[in-house]
Design a protein around this ligand. Structure first.
Ligand code: AMP
Length: 396
């Protein structure tokens, strides 16, 4: 079956058409700047040249129409007609407490996703637009919603409750949800296989370190704690997000700088993290270059990032009373050897020793630890689109 995987952001739309048997992506692409004047579709057929089309896309429905045209185009298309698409898998950011697994999309499911809009006001409405647009344009094709939050629904109350009055959980469901669940699930399963251990009897820590970053403790295949929270702003220091801070800082800055709550949230989401600390960039390639050139602020931002990762791993070792495998994944985790090396320097108490030559590997499954190392550390590339395609086919 050919599965179209759709990941709708507020002004972008990423897609892949995946053959579920060979698990090859027949085409991958992205529509950018949707609804912002001149939009752009970048489409790459497997083994072919990237095609870039610049044209206005006033909304997501227009963007999806462009994607379907690109997939069936005579020159750069990969299918003859839309009938070849057997299913559509949608990434949906927030499933609240309603969705602990992926689900086939029905009118009731659309309503339930809409009910979660409050919890992810930037993301869920965009995801719903994508779902509705596909329902209009490829009529009758089954669709599945795969939620970023679902994998973490196994967390116990002691991990997901905040130390605030219970009425706010009762009234508004304010709690930790966690994100990147599709990636944490995919990587933990594969890491167990790769390390030759039974996932049902394992302690795995997945470090998903990308522009957004989160770490999950996976005990016997289930998420028992994760670093992101009620929103993806919590936890680690990220590219542009602050991660955990003392909540009183919000009031303090608001008063000192005469900022309103929207301005403060923008500051914490978009102007903080490694970018805000270094004044260089949110991209670790730029941070590394700046460090090489002796930039002290970049060095400090890097050190803070690494220190937080190491402390979070330590917390999850305590939560699981041990760890068998630590897996690095996503843009930074898969590519930045310096981040991995520095994090592992903190892990001597786990008996971790890594092979520095192997650690130079990028974006490939590889065990980084030496045979004597008592805890295993690996690079495990994530593939959220493939995970969504698998979930979709599995459900149908
Ligand atoms: P993601 O959100 O998983 O796509 O990760 C994106 C981030 O990965 C970028 O912002 C970079 O910080 C980081 N990244 C990508 N390639 C490299 C690299 N070769 N070295 C260091 N960091 C990288």
């Amino acid at each position: 079956m050919k599965v179209l995987v759709i990941n709708c952001g507020s002004s972008s739309l990423k897609y892949q058409l995946i053959d579920s048997v060979s698990e090859i992506a027949l085409a991958v692409g992205i529509c950018e700047r949707i609804g912002q004047g001149i939009s752009c579709l970048k489409h790459t057929p497997n083994g072919g040249e990237k095609v870039v089309i610049e044209t206005p896309m006033e909304n997501h429905e227009v963007a999806i129409k462009m994607v379907l045209d690109a997939l069936t185009d005579k020159n750069h298309g990969v299918i003859k007609s839309l009938e070849e698409i057997g299913a559509v898998g949608h990434r949906v950011v927030h499933g609240g407490e309603k969705f602990a697994t992926s689900t086939i999309i029905t009118d009731e499911v659309i309503q339930a996703i809409e009910d979660c809009n409050d919890l992810a006001p930037l993301h869920n409405p965009a995801n719903l637009i994508g779902i509705r647009a596909c329902a209009n344009l490829i009529k009758g094709v089954p669709m599945v919603a795969v939620f970023d939050t679902a994998f973490h629904q196994t967390m116990p109350a002691k991990a997901y409750l905040y130390g605030i009055p219970h009425e706010y959980y009762d009234k508004y469901k304010i709690r930790k949800y966690g994100f990147h669940g599709t990636s944490h699930s995919f990587v933990s399963k594969r890491a167990a296989e790769f390390a030759g251990i039974d996932i049902n009897n394992s302690k795995i820590i997945v470090c998903h370190l990308g522009n957004g970053a989160s770490i999950t403790a996976v005990l016997n295949g289930k998420s028992i704690d994760t670093s992101m929270g009620f929103t993806p702003l919590a936890g680690l220091v990220m590219g542009t997000r602050s991660g955990n801070i003392d909540p009183s800082i919000i009031e303090f800055i608001a008063k000192k700088e005469n900022k309103n709550i929207d301005q403060i949230m923008n500051l914490l989401n978009k102007e903080s993290g490694v970018q805000g600390m270094s004044d260089v960039s949110s991209d670790f390639r730029d941070i590394n270059d700046a460090m090489d050139n002796g930039n002290e602020m970049a060095r400090t931002a890097f050190d803070v990032f690494v220190y937080r990762v190491a402390k979070c791993i330590g917390g999850y070792v305590a939560a699981m009373n041990g760890v068998d495998v630590i897996a690095f994944t996503a843009g930074v985790g898969e590519n930045d050897h310096k981040v991995r090396e520095d994090v592992c320097q903190y892990l001597g108490y786990l008996g971790v020793t890594i092979d520095l030559e192997k650690n130079m590997t990028r974006s490939k499954e590889i065990m980084l630890t030496t045979p004597e190392s008592t805890t295993k550390v690996c690079i495990m590339p994530t593939n959220e689109e493939l995970a969504i395609a698998r979930e979709t086919v599995g459900l149908l």
